[in-house]
Design a protein around this ligand. Structure first.
Ligand SMILES: [Zn+2]
Length: 263
């Protein structure tokens, strides 16, 4: 396959990538953003497209080894969807259709014009759907709290849970207080399936992480729902929460939940 022409920008950050199994890559962009490539017997699944900067399409083409490529977004935020226009078709939850192409700021016109699929096809996937990569099955679970289009994935080939931005080693970035209840329910659903995975693969702040994070996030969100949050100062997290100084942070064990108090 011929290499894609790339428009490089002054503020592009670098990629690094590595195998965590013979058939599983982490592709790391910049300081704290990871996306994933799962190789099956027949097909490859790319989980998220980062910002789409730099050599992403050529890296993916090299690593997939000629297999058919499927692309899916964990949710519709632009640090996960920015590279969608490199690909003819991208799977995502239907709620992401409306905003998956909304960047966080202005995009360089030459960079944007260089991407081959400005009107790429958006294909809806939802809870219970399955990607069959050929001897490697990946289940789709709808887990909206950080975002109303969030999907998690259980890869039965390597017993991995991909959690998107719903939670990571740094934090769970939630919005309004009521989203904490949804987050708790989602975590309980994942906990009920913990026999199906050995490690959790978030997109930010380090990956893989231990399954025990799920227990801590359940405890922390239960504290919030019960009205007894353990407030901690803002400093000390890996990333700033969505809402800056307005956020409440609740920390239990390894977990940290950020959310907006009710006005
Ligand atoms: Zn996000």
């Amino acid at each position: 396959m011929s290499k894609r022409k790339i428009v490089h920008l002054p503020d592009d950050e670098g990629y690094r990538w590595w195998r965590i199994f013979d058939d599983t890559y982490v592709i790391h962009y910049g300081e704290a953003l990871d996306i994933f490539l799962l190789l099956g017997g027949e097909k490859t699944l790319l989980i998220d497209t980062a910002y789409g900067r730099g050599d992403l399409p050529n890296i993916v083409d090299e690593l997939r080894g000629g297999r058919e490529l499927l692309v899916v977004n964990t949710h519709g935020h632009f640090d996960h969807t920015g590279g969608n226009r490199w690909f003819p078709r991208v799977h995502m939850h239907k709620n992401a259709f409306a905003y998956a192409d909304h960047s966080f700021g202005p995009l360089d016109p030459a960079w944007l014009a260089n991407m081959p699929y400005p009107d790429y096809e958006k294909i809806a996937v939802d809870d219970g759907d399955v990607f069959d990569l050929g001897g490697r099955r990946v289940d789709v679970i709808y887990t909206p709290a950080h975002c109303d289009s969030s999907l998690s994935f259980i890869d039965h080939g390597r017993r991995l849970l991909f959690s998107g931005d719903e939670f990571d080693a740094g934090q769970a970035n939630l919005n309004v207080f009521s989203s904490v209840g949804a987050f708790l329910e989602n975590c309980r659903r994942l906990k009920a399936r913990e026999d199906e995975f050995d490690f959790i693969m978030p997109n930010h702040n380090g990956t893989p992480i231990a399954k025990s994070y799920l227990d801590d996030f359940i405890t922390a969100s239960q504290h919030v729902v019960d009205g007894r949050p353990d407030f901690v100062p803002l400093e000390g997290g890996h990333r700033r929460p969505f809402h800056g100084d307005r956020a409440v942070r609740v920390r239990v064990g390894d977990s940290c939940i950020n959310y907006l108090p009710e006005e």
